[in-house]
Design a protein around this ligand. Structure first.
Ligand code: SF4
Length: 426
């Protein structure tokens, strides 16, 4: 099989992994040699570096052969898809070629499990080692690690990769047992814990040493601290392949962030696969569910919300028709209106329509003067959402905050489905 065909198969097989998310824009296809700029087929996706830069990555699998039979996965052993396998050298050369042509800034590498977890992990690590040690590759490397692989291989992976990820796969142990019986939930968490220890140790070693008195003109020398996955670890959870509700998903995410200090939990809406098991739903969940989970996740990480504030006990799912922050504010009107000139940062962050950057700008502005309605207009905040919940010297929401129909007024208008929407979600 030629390299081009392998790349087409193994880049396509990697697209189901959301933990190196593409921007979600509609792909432009230049099959047939027409058009430039196509990223389809070549496995190039866009992801975000820890510093917020958008970077292009070559996103491929080493192989889509797999011994396991995870029911939701197109690469499972019983799946009837074309198979391919790269050698270590082929992935290294592809990465270097794309890099030299300025098509990519890094590599995202995952793999089906062949022979054993250790054998596969060793090959994945070898790609990163050859790139770093033999070619002095300075680009970004994200390795998907296999939780059942030996701790030594995981430790080695962290020496070469910027980011490591281990997929939690499903939100609960019961779902994992039902849909991915060969996967071991305890092994997944054990490996995450090991990565966390390595990452913490490396950060501690890299922290500046305490100041020491040295002789004039002499600087104390220090060995370079060991590097271990400086961009941290992340995971991916499939949403909608089982009956787990949003509350349970957010509980799992909160536990993962707290216990293993993950940088990101990625939510991947289940997409039906060919010849699927009857244990799986026949339809994908609405994509807006995945979007609401990302918004809720953002609230937990940057806005100070606890998971059980976002979806309280007794309520299983996030509202699909409005964002979770607005839904929370409407359910807790007794906490509003918020005085934008006096309220603490934590409360400003809870006002619908105010993002973290806007809150920082408001805090900076009010140090020197009173913030007024015009300031909000200049900051281009969505006034329709903000004004019912805030007080300013020249604005008070009055009875609007308690209005029975406030939710209906703030709910985004339903959008007419485009003729091409169905195609976009297939
Ligand atoms: S181990 Fe990974 S590649 Fe293999 S079937 Fe399961 S999810 Fe798919």
């Amino acid at each position: 099989m030629d390299l081009q065909r392998k790349l087409a198969i193994l880049a396509d097989a990697a697209k189901y992994d959301a933990s190196c998310a593409s921007s979600g824009s509609k792909p432009r296809d230049s099959v047939g040699g027409r058009g430039i700029g196509s990223t389809e087929g070549a496995g190039i996706c866009h992801s975000y570096a820890p510093d917020g830069r958008c970077i292009s990555l070559l996103k491929v699998l080493l192989t889509n052969y797999c011994l396991y039979d995870c029911l939701y996965c197109v690469n499972r052993v019983t799946s009837n898809v074309p198979r391919a396998r790269f050698t270590v050298d082929e992935v290294v050369q592809l990465t270097l070629d794309f890099y030299r042509r300025n098509c990519i800034e890094g590599l995202f590498l995952s793999s089906g499990i062949v022979r054993s977890a250790d054998h596969t992990m060793a090959e994945v690590v070898e790609v990163a080692r050859v790139l770093r040690e033999e070619h002095d590759f300075r680009g970004y490397i994200h390795l998907k690690t296999i939780p059942e692989a030996s701790p030594e291989l995981l430790a080695l992976a962290g020496r070469y990769a910027d980011r490591l990820s281990i997929n939690i796969e499903l939100p609960t142990a019961e779902s994992l047992a039902q849909l991915a019986p060969e996967k071991d939930g305890r092994a997944i968490r054990r490996s995450m814990a090991r990565l966390r220890v390595h990452i913490d140790d490396a950060r501690e070693a890299a922290a500046p040493p305490p100041a020491v008195v040295s002789l004039a003109g002499l600087r104390p020398k220090r060995a370079a601290p060991p590097v271990f996955a400086p961009a941290g670890q992340s995971t991916q959870m499939i949403v909608g392949a089982d009956a787990t509700d949003d509350r349970a998903i957010l509980v799992t995410s909160a536990t993962l962030y707290g216990a293993y200090r993950l940088r990101r939990v990625y939510y991947s809406a289940f997409s039906p696969i060919p010849d699927a098991s009857l244990a799986l739903p026949s339809q994908a969940p609405p994509l807006v569910r995945e979007h609401r989970l990302y918004q809720a996740d953002w609230l937990m990480r940057f806005y100070g919300f606890a998971h059980d504030e976002i979806v309280p006990a007794g309520q299983g799912m996030l509202a699909l028709d409005m964002d979770p922050k607005l839904a929370w504010a409407l359910a807790h009107r007794e906490r509003f209106p918020v005085d934008l000139n006096r309220a603490p940062r934590e409360m400003l962050l809870r006002v619908p329509g105010l993002g973290v950057k806007t809150v920082e700008k408001l805090l900076a502005a009010r140090r020197s003067r009173l913030v007024r309605a015009d300031d909000l207009r200049r900051l281009r905040v969505p006034l329709k959402n903000v004004m019912p919940f805030v007080v300013l010297p020249d604005h008070h929401p009055g009875a609007l905050l308690e209005a029975q129909d406030l939710a209906a007024r703030l709910r985004p208008a339903p959008q007419q489905a485009s003729l091409f929407d169905a195609e976009a979600v297939v």
